[in-house]
Design a protein around this ligand. Structure first.
Ligand code: FAD
Length: 416
């Protein structure tokens, strides 16, 4: 019997367990999956928790429920991978593997920025990228009387790169609804040269910031958070004062990756961007946020990757050449507030464009245009996540590779 070991039972690991349980012959392969936590969190829901749109129960479920019966589930902390001997050390046992899939994701590292976890942490400084952070922020917002709200990204890459911008848009509509928008000054601070990570989006969508009276500060490379002055300070001594700071700290891969000598500076694993094979070891594959591939770190991306990776694992077990197939496909809804959202669809080469999705002319979803329908799509994503994505069920009419049907290539950026 051979062993296929999956590290991490988050979005990507759980999907791989479901795909491979159906595809790998059971008489030859034992599949094992390891995760430190009992609870599986629906992370996209962390965006809605602070605004009381979702409740705690809507964003968490017991992880084991999504792991097929035939897969061995171990709830323990992963300590280190030994690629030379094909072994993984957990807190109190060592597992052998023939094939390893690393799906340990990425997490926030607030200690990377001086002063971020100072006296104001979780008093006037919050994140919403963790369950605990999103809940603490919800409690703060319920009683906050207004002032300077700074929404900030520390450095790229971060998971769901549009989430901080969505937070700023949702904050605008939350305070409007509470009748206190005039008491809140919202500033969006980014290390990038525009609001969006993609230049076409910045060009097509900058009007949203003006419309919602959200100030933007670009090219801000944070040096420290000054807790006394209540300001974020960059390397050229520019200071942005805040009453409430909502920040996305540096995102990093898990320490176990660093201990194993498998990661880059941010503990992301150098991975072949079209096959998802680890660059350093042929029998290790990497999926989701744990990779260093230049795709968005998003659940939708992990979903598309999982389809290619499943085929490649089967090809690998048979000794065949891997498919160079994954194209960086990402499909993301962007909440813009007031029950509207945008949809963007792109890949490694093609930036987001206008058009309809998934069907040419018919849609029903519109690309790069705000609509209530897109907002419903974003809310429906939670149901799709729990009932289809995690279980490895394909979303009808949405292929793993980006389709060009229905797309209109009308936006020109300066660098094109
Ligand atoms: C606020 C927010 C909003 C988002 N919105 C969207 C969205 O709208 N659309 C979208 O597609 N994506 C969104 N995402 C991104 C999406 O949630 C992630 O990209 C996705 O979860 C990545 O899956 P993953 O399996 O790679 O990592 P994860 O789902 O994070 O799973 C990693 C797993 O590995 C485990 N693990 C790590 N290290 C160890 C260890 N040492 N020992 C044991 N277990 C370990 C962790 O416990 C975890 O369960 C959002 C994320 C956030 C934070």
């Amino acid at each position: 019997m051979k062993n296929l070991l999956i590290l991490g039972a988050g979005t990507a690991g759980t999907m791989m367990a479901n795909h491979l349980d159906n595809k790998l012959p059971k008489k030859d392969w034992q599949i094992t999956i390891v995760d430190q936590y009992k609870t599986h969190y629906y992370q996209p829901g962390f965006l809605f928790l602070p605004f009381d749109t979702y409740t705690e129960d809507q964003v968490k479920k017991e992880g084991k429920k999504f792991i097929p019966n035939g897969v061995n589930y171990i709830q323990k902390k992963i300590d280190r991978i030994f690629p030379e001997s094909n072994q993984v050390k957990l807190e109190d046992e060592t597992l052998d593997y023939d094939i390893l899939i690393v799906a340990t994701g990425s997490k926030i590292a607030p200690d990377e920025t001086d002063g971020l976890r100072g006296p104001l942490w979780r008093k006037d400084i919050f994140d919403f990228y963790t369950y605990e952070g999103a809940l603490a922020l919800r409690n703060k917002l319920r009683d906050w009387e207004g002032g300077k709200l700074v929404v900030h990204i520390t450095e790229m890459p971060i998971k769901c790169p549009v989430a901080p911008l969505e937070f700023a848009f949702l904050a605008d509509s939350y305070f409007k609804k509470k009748g206190m928008r005039d008491k809140v000054e919202i500033t969006y601070v980014t290390p990038l040269d525009g609001a969006f990570t993609k230049p076409t989006c910045t060009k097509a969508l900058n009007y949203l910031l003006e419309e919602k009276q959200i100030k933007i500060e670009t090219d801000f490379a944070i040096m420290e958070v000054d807790n006394k002055k209540k300001a974020i300070v960059d390397y050229i001594d520019k200071e942005i004062p805040f009453d409430l700071l909502v920040t996305v700290p540096t995102n990093m891969g898990d320490e176990a990756i660093e201990r194993s000598g498998l990661g880059d500076d941010l503990n992301f694993i150098p991975t072949h961007k079209h096959t998802l094979q680890c660059k350093a070891h042929d029998n290790i594959f990497v999926i989701g946020d744990a990779t260093n591939v230049p795709a968005s770190k998003a659940g939708s991306v992990a979903h598309f990757q999982a389809e290619t990776l499943t085929d490649n694992i089967i090809l690998y077990t048979k000794g065949f050449k891997l498919k160079q197939e994954f194209d960086g496909h990402a499909n993301c809804f962007i909440e813009t507030g007031e029950n509207k959202a945008l949809l963007i669809d792109f890949n490694y080469e093609q930036e987001p464009v206008h058009g309809t999705f998934p069907f040419a002319k018919i849609g029903p979803l519109k690309l790069l245009k705000e609509s209530i329908f897109n907002h419903w799509g974003k809310l429906a994503f939670r149901w799709i996540y729990w009932n289809m994505l995690l279980r490895g069920i394909s979303i009808p009419f949405v292929g793993r590779n980006m389709s060009f049907k229905g797309k209109i290539f009308d936006i020109k950026t300066d660098n094109k």
